[in-house]
Structure formats: structure tokens, C-alpha cells
Design a protein around this ligand. Structure first.
Ligand SMILES: N[C@H](CCC[C@H](N)C(=O)O)C(=O)O
Length: 268
């Protein structure tokens, strides 16, 4: 089976296009095996894409986290799939429709960035509280296709993101689904800095598309950033940009940034 190794702003995936249909449980096991950093290819997730059976204009995308769990939304995986579709069309296809977990997403590829839409659902203030560096800190939840909580802090670099992230991810207030955990620092009216602990990877990742959207949604609600384009700086040093969707500014956002292919291969 041929694959591409692609990362969306540092969030890395093994990407397989047009694979023979397989049971989700088989893909889940395959994800665990391939994503292992030492004994596999190494990735945050496995992404499978193929033209949808009911509409060949739509790409059906499945994403499995490194632990084999299914992701209902992964902004960076969708961005990687859009870039691969663009690449496979030799640059002629720049707009596409992608479906993940039954939800339709738009994608746009231009010279500077690959953009996808994320659906913005309910925001709930103050769902979890924890002590960070001696200070009680609240996390708000924001659903952006998957579960996210966001804490606004003074200095994201001062946080033990994996230690605190793991505690919050397993907190009883977010059980049984758990959550992805984001720490956000305000840099200005249109800039944030973020760190994300990802459920399913069970570690800090270098960037997270749906997490960047969740961070902007929460920061906007709290009046920390303007309701327009916001640059979200991440661990990868490859920022993502989040902006409200023109037609549905309160219900959807675009998230854009770089996509890089690092290699192609054939699985043993
Ligand atoms: N990194 C992804 C999110 C993965 C979500 C996954 N960790 C889960 O909630 O199962 C992104 O770019 O949106």
C-alpha cells in the first residue's frame, strides 16, 4: 500500500488515497501500528481519503488518531487531503468538498496556504478548573467538530502542557468523551499563541487546526481578539490563520496554513 507522509503546520499524518475499503476496526489497528514513532512510520494520525460513493465530487475522509481512536474532525488532516488532491490534479483543482464523519467541509488551495472550513458549535464557559503554576485556571469548552477546551493564560511557554493537558483530558467534567486541551496566550488584537494536548495522540502536538479555531472562538467570546482574521502561533513555528466564514460567520470558520509533504513510501 502506497502512502504519503504529510504535515499540516507540524501536525503529521500518514495519508493513503484510494485504498481498498476496509473495516474501521482494521484501520484503527493499522493507525496504531503506522503512527508508532519508533516501530512504525511515525505520525499523529492515519488519514484515508477516497471519492465518496454517492458523489464523486466529494472526498470522503477518515482520520484515526495515533492510538487508533476515530477523530470526528481534524482540520490539519483535511488540509493535507486538500493539498494532496490539488497536487494529484497538477494544481488544476483548487476548490473541493471534503466529508469527514458525515460533516461537509469546503477546501481552498492557493499559493500561500491550504484552507478548510470548521463547523463551530456550542461554547460553554468554565467547564473545568485546575491549578496551573499555583493559579486556579478555568477552561471553556468549544466544539469545533470535535471536543476542545481552552484556557487563556499569561505565558503558554511556562506551562507543562503534557502534565496539565493529561489531567484536564481525563477530568470528570468532560467524561466520558474526554477532550483536546488548549492553552492560549493573547499576543494582540489579531494574534494568539497556542499549545495543544491532543486526545488520541495523548501528547502535545505541534499544531491543531480545530484547536486553533476553538482558541479563536473562545478568545473572541472573551473580547480578547477582533472578530476577523486571527493568526494563531504554534509550536511548529508555522502559524495557522483563522477567519470567520463569510456566509455563516457565527457557525463556521476557515483555518488555513502550510502543508508539506516529507516523503512517499510503500508500506511493508
Ligand atoms: N489535530 C486535529 C484534531 C484532531 C482531533 C483528535 N485529537 C480528536 O479529537 O480525536 C486538527 O488539526 O484539527
Amino acid at each position: 500500500m502506497e502512502f504519503r507522509k504529510v504535515h499540516g503546520a507540524g501536525n503529521d499524518f500518514v495519508l493513503v488515497t484510494n485504498a481498498e475499503p476496509r473495516d474501521a476496526t482494521v484501520w484503527a489497528k493499522t493507525a496504531e501500528r503506522l503512527c508508532a514513532r519508533r516501530t512504525g512510520v511515525g505520525a499523529d494520525g492515519l488519514v484515508i481519503s477516497r471519492p465518496a460513493e454517492d458523489d464523486t465530487d466529494v472526498l470522503e475522509v477518515a482520520c484515526f488518531n495515533a492510538d487508533g481512536s476515530a477523530a470526528t474532525m481534524c482540520g490539519n488532516a483535511l488540509r493535507c487531503v486538500a493539498w494532496v488532491a490539488y497536487d494529484e490534479s497538477s494544481g488544476s483543482t483548487t476548490a473541493m468538498k471534503l466529508r469527514m464523519a458525515g460533516v461537509m467541509h469546503e477546501a481552498l488551495v492557493d499559493q500561500a496556504a491550504v484552507w478548510v472550513t470548521a463547523e463551530v458549535g456550542a461554547i460553554q464557559p468554565r467547564v473545568v478548573q485546575t491549578i496551573i503554576n499555583g493559579r486556579p485556571t478555568w477552561f471553556d469548552s468549544a466544539h469545533t467538530g470535535t471536543e476542545h477546551v481552552v484556557a487563556v493564560v499569561d505565558d503558554v511557554d511556562a506551562i507543562h502542557a503534557e502534565v496539565v493537558g493529561r489531567v484536564v483530558r481525563h477530568h470528570k467534567n468532560v467524561a466520558p468523551l474526554g477532550t483536546n486541551v488548549n492553552f492560549v496566550q493573547r499576543l494582540g488584537r489579531q494574534a494568539l499563541k497556542i499549545r495543544t494536548y491532543e486526545r488520541g495522540v495523548e501528547a502535545e502536538t505541534l499544531s491543531c487546526g480545530s484547536g486553533a479555531v476553538a482558541a479563536v472562538v473562545v478568545a473572541t467570546m472573551r473580547g480578547l481578539v477582533a472578530k476577523r482574521e486571527v493568526i494563531v502561533h504554534n509550536r511548529a513555528g508555522e502559524p495557522l490563520t483563522v477567519r470567520p466564514h463569510d456566509d455563516r460567520p457565527n457557525r463556521a470558520a476557515w483555518v488555513g496554513g502550510p502543508v508539506t509533504q516529507t516523503f512517499e513510501g510503500v508500506l511493508a
